[in-house]
Design a protein around this ligand. Structure first.
Ligand SMILES: [Zn+2]
Length: 123
């Protein structure tokens, strides 16, 4: 995994490259509801659409789906539990995790994503 964006902060690097997690309710995209697309903070690949963002109350930006083939999934067995890690399919940067407790009326999935892993492009 390599750093592509030279302007990443140390916090962003800790998340993208060392799988850290930002503090809940700290992220700058948590309550953004503008129309646009969320891109990887490292490589700029488009990952999520604002139409798929929802307020899960969990403290991190949440989406009920990722754009097709833009993210990769890995089993994560840290913290004595089995979770599914989500990373950028393009650069491998860590984004967050996906849980099966999302909105039942759509996909039933909750992609719980660090704001610091993302950048936003308004439509
Ligand atoms: Zn990326």
């Amino acid at each position: 995994m390599k750093q592509i964006n030279p302007n990443l902060s140390n916090e962003q690097k800790a998340i993208l490259f060392n799988k850290a997690t930002e503090a809940p309710f700290s992220g700058k995209f948590l309550s953004v509801n503008d129309a646009g697309e969320y891109i990887c903070a490292n490589c700029g690949s488009v990952l999520f659409d604002s139409n798929d963002k929802f307020d899960s109350g969990c403290g991190w930006p949440s989406f009920d789906r990722a754009l097709k083939d833009r993210v990769a999934y890995h089993e994560d067995t840290t913290h004595n539990t089995i979770r599914t890690e989500v990373s950028c399919a393009e650069c491998g940067g860590h984004l967050g995790h996906v849980f099966p407790d999302g909105p039942k009326e759509t996909t039933g999935q909750r992609y719980c994503i660090n704001s610091l892993s993302l950048d936003f492009k308004k439509h």
